[in-house]
Structures are given as structure tokens and as C-alpha cells.
Design a protein around this ligand. Structure first.
Ligand code: HEM
Length: 388
């Protein structure tokens, strides 16, 4: 996962005096999920083809048509042979456990730059960690604007593809774990023996899916987890103590010890329950399923067999069934690692002596499940005890 970090304005500035956040579009990669707030003629989470008959005047359908190469990405593709093939490529080639592990060092390297970034700024908005959400900030119109945007985006994707092609004059075996996602797709296009040809447009749409879907959902989870912990200092302290106890030995946050962060995992689960990045129609605050459903209580998952893998229907932040999220392991690894970094290297406080109970937790309207207002926090560097 790529983290490009954008500089944010002044360190001690009041959030109120910051320029208003740009209007956020529902996010490209998961816009298909908007269908759940529209009258859907089909039942069930996994039926996604109906919208193809819908008028493409809805902004998100225009996005899918124009920007996602006429619905050729994985998320928007209607169920059928083309989608099945994309899905197979995605789960077996792009997001397999083997690949996920092979990207571990890249992920660690990228997420470790978080520390330097936060230090350099003094204050930041969590959303800046994942800038892809802002890829579309200024699109407020319809077709003409989407087309201009698509033109620019297409040029960028084309140059990414060409760069990969030229640096791979001797293409490697697609099982080569040093390949990145674009290499894997290009190798499949050249040598995959696929039932349906993998067009360059499908490759571009898949890159967009991975990049935008992955960053948008993971950033929402990190932002909500931090918000909930700030709002609940007891939980913040407990999670922080755990992270520091695990990493103080080396002074370095890495993926191999993530499995020891048992409490942080509960915090993430509870975050995904209360704030699923793609809300769908989840019973997240339904008292038929949850005790004190609206309160943030990570401990509810202690000794609970309820998991997010798609079999407990009261808790399906990654969806369920054949369209279940193929990037679950990637997403969880990125969220855990980001939060571990943030909690290990910094103490956190709200700006302007704001009280934790005053933190606004309103959700943005729409399908993206994000905070209505960006979360601004002041980091106070933590100096680990000398490592021997
Ligand atoms: C915390 C992180 C994430 C959450 C909560 C999440 C959640 C979801 C959900 C709810 C769906 C729809 C499932 C359904 O319709 O049943 C989905 C689909 C999808 N997700 Fe994720 N996701 C996350 C991270 C990622 C990452 C990191 C990637 C890729 C690198 C990814 C790639 C996709 C793709 C390609 C689809 C479409 C699958 C299809 O339609 O067949 N997601 N995700």
C-alpha cells in the first residue's frame, strides 16, 4: 500500500482556522455500494449487475462508466465470466496470502515513514496519510469534468504501465514475489492463458481499484480508531501500553510482532463494528445483536467467536459471500501497522485544549462511512527507553 504524505498547514493552528476540507466525493472504488441506498431490484449483498440498466446520470455510475473504463474494474463488473476471471486474478495472483506477505517489507518501510512525517509536521490530519481519497476532490460536475479527470488519470496509469514494461524487458515469472501488483497484471496479460483477454483498460481499472479501494477503506478505519481512542482515554492508554510493551524491546514497530497486539486487534474490530468503512446495511448499532450497541467497547470481543470473516452476519465489515472483500488481509495489516506506529511513537492530544468528550463523532453523509470532519491531533513524541 502506498502512503504518500501531504504537508498540512501550521502545527498549532486551530482546526477551526484551517481552510474548510474539500468536498469529498464518495470514493471511486467502492461507489458501487451506493446501490444499497438506492432502490435495488435484487435481494442480497452480492447482486451487483442491476445498476448497469440504471440511467448513467447518477454521478457514481458516471464515475464507473468513464473513470473505471466502462465498468471493467472488479468492484463494478457485473457477475459473470469477466468478473469471475478478475476476481480469480485478484484473489489468487494479486491479493493472495503469499503476495500479501511478500509485500510486508514494502509496507513496513512505507508505514515507518509515518513517524518522520508526523514529527516533521507537529500536527496533521490522519486523512493525509492516505491521499487517494482526495484524488477526486474537485469534481463536482458531471460528464465533462469526469472525462477531463479520466484523461489525466489515464495518462498517469499509461505511464505507470510503460515504466513497468520498460523496466521488465525480460519479464519474470508471474510467481516472482518481487513483482509488484502492476507487474503481476502485465505478466498475466502477456502469459496468463486467460479465458478472456486481460485488456490494458482492465489492468488500469484494477490498479485504480486496488489503490483507491485499499487506501480509502484502511484510512477510514485508522481515522475512526484514533477518534474512538481519543474519545475514550482508558482505551487509548491500554492500547498504547500494549504497543509499547511489545516494541520497547527493539524500538522498532514491525509486522512480525503484530500478532502480539491482542488488545489493539479488539480495538480495530470494535472500530469496524461501529464504523464500517463501507456501511452497507449493517446492524452495527442494533441492540438485538449487541449489548450497549452504540458504545465503543473493544472488550465485548474478548472470548467472543464473532469474527469479521463473513460468517457472522451481524458483523461483516468486509462483506460476505462471493463478493467479499479480497483485500481483507492487506487492509487489516495496513490498519494494524499504522495504528501501532502512531501509538508507539507518539502520545496524542486534541488541539486547543479541546476536551475528549467534545470530539465530534458525526459521520459524513453518504456511502463512504468517513468522519464528517477530519480528525486533527497534536502528536507528542515518545522516546523509547534505550535499547540494549
Ligand atoms: C479495512 C479495510 C477494508 C475494508 C473494511 C473493506 C471492505 C470491503 C467491502 C465491504 C467490500 C464489498 C464486499 C461485498 O460486496 O460483499 C469490499 C470489496 C472489495 N475490496 Fe475491500 N475493504 C478493505 C480493504 C481493501 C484492500 C486493502 C483492497 C485491495 C488492496 C480491497 C479490495 C477490494 C476489492 C477489489 C473489492 C471488490 C470485490 C468484488 O466486487 O468482487 N479492499 N471491500
Amino acid at each position: 500500500m502506498v502512503f504518500k504524505l501531504r504537508m498540512r498547514s501550521n502545527i498549532n493552528e486551530s482546526p477551526k482556522s484551517l481552510p474548510p476540507a474539500p468536498w469529498k466525493l464518495p470514493i471511486l472504488g467502492h461507489l458501487h455500494l451506493l446501490m444499497f441506498s438506492l432502490p435495488c431490484p435484487l435481494d442480497g449483498i452480492s447482486q451487483k449487475a442491476w445498476f448497469l440498466d440504471a440511467p448513467t446520470t447518477w454521478p457514481f455510475l458516471l464515475v464507473a462508466e468513464i473513470i473505471l473504463y466502462n465498468f471493467s474494474d472488479i468492484g463494478f463488473a457485473p457477475y459473470g465470466g469477466h468478473w469471475r476471471q478478475l476476481r480469480k486474478v485478484c484473489t489468487l495472483e494479486l491479493l493472495s496470502t503469499k503476495r500479501e506477505q511478500s509485500f510486508r517489507s514494502i509496507r513496513e518501510e512505507q508505514i515507518s515513514s509515518l513517524k518522520e512525517f508526523v514529527e516533521a509536521l507537529g500536527s496533521f490530519s490522519i486523512i493525509d496519510l492516505f491521499p487517494s481519497i482526495k484524488l477526486l476532490p474537485v469534481i463536482s460536475g458531471r460528464r465533462a469534468k469526469f472525462e477531463t479527470f479520466h484523461h489525466d488519470l489515464d495518462a498517469m496509469l499509461q505511464s505507470i504501465i510503460e515504466e513497468h514494461r520498460s523496466s521488465k524487458a525480460n519479464p519474470k515469472d508471474s510467481n516472482d514475489v518481487t513483482d509488484d501488483l502492476v507487474d503481476v497484471l502485465l505478466n498475466l496479460q502477456d502469459h496468463g492463458g486467460l479465458e478472456f483477454p486481460l485488456t490494458t483498460d482492465s489492468i488500469k481499472a484494477a490498479i485504480l481499484d486496488m489503490f483507491i479501494v485499499g487506501t480509502e477503506t484502511s484510512s477510514a478505519a485508522v481515522e475512526w480508531a484514533m477518534s474512538e481512542m481519543i474519545k475514550n482515554p482508558r482505551i487509548l492508554e491500554k492500547a498504547k501500553a500494549e504497543v509499547r510493551q511489545v516494541y520497547d524491546r527493539t524500538g522498532d514497530v514491525n509486522e512480525s510482532d503484530l500478532h502480539k497486539l491482542k488488545y489493539l486487534k479488539l480495538v480495530i474490530k470494535e472500530t469496524l463494528r461501529l464504523h464500517p468503512p463501507l456501511p452497507l446495511l449493517l446492524p452495527r448499532e442494533d441492540s438485538n445483536y449487541w449489548n450497549e450497541a452504540e458504545s465503543f467497547n473493544p472488550e465485548r470481543f474478548i472470548n467472543s467467536s464473532v469474527d469479521y470473516k463473513g460468517t457472522n452476519f451481524e458483523f461483516i465489515p468486509f462483506g460476505a459471500g462471493r463478493r467479499r472483500c479480497p483485500g481483507m488481509s492487506y487492509g487489516m495489516a495496513a490498519v494494524e501497522l499504522s495504528l501501532a506506529q502512531l501509538l508507539y511513537h507518539f502520545d496524542w492530544k486534541l488541539p486547543n485544549r479541546m476536551k475528549n468528550e467534545d470530539l465530534d463523532m458525526t459521520e459524513a453523509f453518504g456511502a463512504s462511512g468517513r468522519r464528517k470532519r477530519d480528525l486533527y491531533l497534536i502528536p507528542i513524541p515518545y522516546h523509547p527507553p534505550c535499547v540494549g
